[in-house]
Design a binder for this molecule. Structure first.
Ligand SMILES: NC(=O)c1ccc[n+]([C@@H]2O[C@H](COP(=O)([O-])OP(=O)(O)OC[C@H]3O[C@@H](n4cnc5c(N)ncnc54)[C@H](O)[C@@H]3O)[C@@H](O)[C@H]2O)c1
Length: 378
């Protein structure tokens, strides 16, 4: 089986965060390799970053795309790891050229851009995966599968949260790279905390349950002086089945690192997952049977989930494999699309429609908060 060749947009340079995570995720299975990149805004820095990775460098995404179209550069898909403002244009260009895209979240800056990408994906039928990393954890996939199979009955209520403390002070003033662009509306969009991690909590609530949000009442706060955008994001939502979801995110929770998780309460049971102990999933049945499932091959779990395991339980698989699983999903979609035989089923990880819903959610929450929490349709 020939390795898929991957190109990366953004993610370069010693100070960058998620490019390194994608690089490892791509390499985790021997079935994909990072071969090219347009990894920084400055042309020279972009070429240097690619050289450091030992891959072919391009001065920008346009040059990389031209090389693909002229047949100079072989690429099976690209991954986009730029700040939010630089997702839409490269995603659009590669999709229009028929090249699959694994794009970072939040998908775009606006709802209109997100809808545009959705139209292109639909028209061109090109694989597109949205990098909500946590959905790649097998236990989060199992939660989705169990709820779909009716294991906890009908969903009544969801509590989905994401608490961090790293922006409890004005870190951006120090020039810290990740804080600087996330708090800048020109580079991050209309919401900082909501866009950055509220979208993860939103996807957890909606993708896991299979239920969309109809309307939202929100209160966004900016606690740190001098900051323009929210650093605290609170919503109560009406789900499409009439249930309620409480979806919150904060960056000012001092002492909290990456406290992301959810509880789903159904008519027959409840299900609970915590990112900081991602390899287990707790299912409560209300008769004293609290069952903890673990990532690992010895459990009799659905093949849709277990085909993503790599090692036996107890041999920790965590953050990097979760992102790798999203690369596995786009790889399976690509190989299946080419008619390769024996490719396992690709799990329905978030794609362009979840990206559109996420952007609508952020827009509705920002609008609602401006109107003192008025119920606002997505
Ligand atoms: N899925 C997740 O769990 C997760 C986690 C962290 C970050 N992210 C997302 O990843 C993206 C990047 O975040 P980060 O924290 O790695 O940021 P970062 O600042 O660490 O890295 C951004 C990189 O993009 C490069 N870049 C900026 N503009 C560019 C352009 N126009 N063309 C090419 N390269 C460009 C920068 O030089 C840098 O290398 C964001 O959209 C963020 O939301 C997702």
């Amino acid at each position: 089986m020939a390795k898929l060749k991957v190109g990366m947009i953004g993610g370069g340079g010693p100070g960058s965060f998620f490019g390194m995570v994608h690089n490892r995720a791509i390499a985790l299975d021997a079935s994909r390799e990072l071969v090219a990149g347009a990894m920084r805004t400055d042309a020279k820095a972009a070429l240097r970053a690619a050289k450091d990775y030992g891959i072919k460098g391009y001065i920008n995404y346009q040059a990389m795309l031209e090389a693909v179209q002229s047949g100079e550069q072989a690429l099976d898909y690209v991954t986009i790891v730029t700040p939010n403002f630089a997702h839409y244009e490269p995603a659009k260009a590669f999709l229009q050229a028929g090249i699959p895209v694994l794009c970072e979240k939040p998908m775009t800056m606006t709802v209109a851009e997100a809808q545009d990408l959705a139209r292109i994906v639909k028209r061109k039928k090109v694989p597109f995966v949205l990098a909500h990393t946590y959905t790649g954890h097998p236990m989060m996939m199992l939660a989705k599968q169990m709820i779909k199979d009716g294991d906890i009955g009908e969903v009544r209520k969801v509590d989905s949260w994401y608490n961090q403390g790293w922006l409890a002070t004005d870190l951006e003033k120090s020039g810290q790279q990740q804080a600087a662009w996330r708090t800048d509306p020109k580079r991050t969009g209309i919401s900082n905390c909501g866009g950055d991690i509220g979208t993860h909590a939103f996807v957890a609530a909606t993708w896991v349950t299979g239920l969309g949000v109809k309307k939202v009442s929100a209160r966004l706060n900016t606690f740190v002086k001098g900051r323009v955008l929210d650093d605290d994001f609170n919503t109560i939502c009406e789900l499409e089945n009439g249930g309620t979801a409480v979806i919150t995110a904060t960056q000012i929770a001092v002492g909290y690192r990456n406290d992301n998780g959810f509880r789903v309460f159904g008519t027959k049971g409840s299900i609970e997952w915590h990112q900081e102990r991602a390899e287990s999933l707790l299912v409560r049945h209300g008769d004293g049977r609290d069952v903890t499932y673990w990532t690992g091959a010895e459990f009799d779990l659905p093949a849709e989930v277990s085909s993503y395991f790599r090692v036996p339980s107890g041999h920790n698989e965590d953050f990097f494999p979760a992102l790798a699983n999203l690369h596995t999903t786009i790889e399976r979609q690509i190989r299946k699309g080419r008619g390769e035989k024996g490719i396992p089923v690709a799990f329905p990880h978030p794609g362009v429609e979840e990206g559109v819903a996420g952007m609508k959610f952020i827009k509705a929450a920002v609008d609602s908060s401006k109107k003192k929490g008025a119920w606002t349709r997505l």
